[in-house]
Design a protein around this ligand. Structure first.
Ligand code: 9D3
Length: 245
C-alpha cells in the first residue's frame, strides 16, 4: 500500500535532497511513497508574504498566523477528501507533542495519507492545532530549530516499514527496537585488523553457538546502555500494561 505525505513548511527546499536518496528516494521512484512539499508562503496574501506575527500578551519571538496555515491545510485536504474513505492523519511537529517511538512509527505506517505541518521557534497560534485537529508529535527531548528535520525523520521511519521498501522483507522485523533490545556487535573481513580481532565464535561456523553469543551480547549491551528498554520488555512479556504494540 502506498502512502502520500503532504508537508507544509516555510523551507520546502530542505526536503528535496534528503528525500531523494536511499530507501525513501527509491520508494518515491517506485511509486510506493509520494512526498508533496507545500510552501506555506504560497498561501499568504500580503506583499511581504508574512507567515507570523507578534504574540498577544507580549513576550519575545513571533507566532505562526492562523490564516496561511488554515488555507494551506484546507488546500491539501481538498485534494484528499474525495478519495476512498478520506482518512488523513494530521501531524504537527512541536516540542510539546507525543514522543515519537517505534510503536508510533508502526501505527503511522498503516496510513495512506499523512499531512505534516512544520513549526519553528515561534510556535503556532493555538487555534491552528485546535481548529484543524492536529496531533502534536515531538521526536525527542532536545531542542532543534524547526520541524523540518523531525518531519523527515517521520517520513524515513514510516517509509522503510512499508512492504516492499526494504530489500529483504524480514529485515525490518528482526532488528533492534522491534525486539526491544539493541543490536549485537557485527564484524566483517579481515579477521584481524590493526591488532583488533574478530571474536573466535564468529569464525567457528557453529551456528547455534553464534546465535547464543549474539543474543547474549544484545542483552548485555541493552542492560548496560538502555535499562529502560529491558523494563518495557519485561512488562510486555509478563503481559502487563506497557507502551508497545
Ligand atoms: C521547548 C523550547 N521552546 C521554549 C520556548 C522554544 C522552541 C524551540 C525550538 C520551540 C520550537 C522549537 C523548534 N523545534 C521544533 O519545531 C520541533 C522539535 C524539537 O525542537 N525537538 C524535538 N522534536 C521537535 S518536533 C518540532
Amino acid at each position: 500500500m502506498a502512502v502520500r505525505f503532504d508537508i507544509i513548511t516555510i523551507f520546502p527546499g530542505m526536503f528535496s535532497s534528503a528525500m531523494g536518496e536511499s530507501i525513501v528516494g527509491r520508494a518515491v521512484k517506485s511509486g510506493l511513497a509520494e512526498i508533496n512539499c507545500v510552501d506555506l508562503r504560497d498561501f499568504t496574501e500580503d506583499r511581504y508574504r508574512s507567515i507570523d506575527d507578534r504574540p498577544y500578551g507580549g513576550g519575545p519571538g513571533m507566532v505562526f498566523k492562523p490564516e496561511p496555515v488554515f488555507d494551506a491545510v484546507e488546500s491539501v485536504l481538498s485534494e484528499v477528501e474525495p478519495l476512498a474513505d478520506g482518512r488523513v492523519r494530521k501531524i504537527i511537529l512541536t516540542p510539546q507533542g507525543r514522543r515519537l517511538d517505534q510503536p508510533l512509527m508502526r501505527e503511522l505506517a498503516q496510513e495512506e495519507r499523512i499531512v505534516m505541518l512544520c513549526g519553528h521557534y515561534e510556535g503556532f497560534d493555538e487555534r491552528i492545532i485546535e481548529g484543524l485537529d492536529f496531533e502534536e508529535v515531538s521526536i525527542g527531548d532536545y531542542v532543534l530549530s524547526g520541524g523540518e528535520l523531525p518531519a523527515m525523520v517521520l517520513v524515513d521511519g514510516i517509509v522503510r516499514l512499508l512492504p516492499g521498501a526494504l530489500g529483504h522483507p524480514e529485515s525490518s522485523s528482526r532488528e533492534s527496537f522491534e525486539n526491544g533490545v539493541l543490536d549485537y556487535p557485527q564484524y566483517t573481513r579481515p579477521p584481524e585488523y590493526r591488532g583488533l580481532k574478530v571474536p573466535d565464535v564468529l569464525l567457528s561456523g557453529n551456528h547455534a553457538e553464534i546465535e547464543q553469543w549474539r543474543r547474549q551480547q544484545s542483552l548485555e549491551r541493552t542492560r548496560e546502555r538502555r535499562g529502560d528498554l529491558l523494563e518495557n520488555k519485561e512488562l510486555q512479556e509478563t503481559g502487563q500494561e506497557h507502551d508497545k504494540t
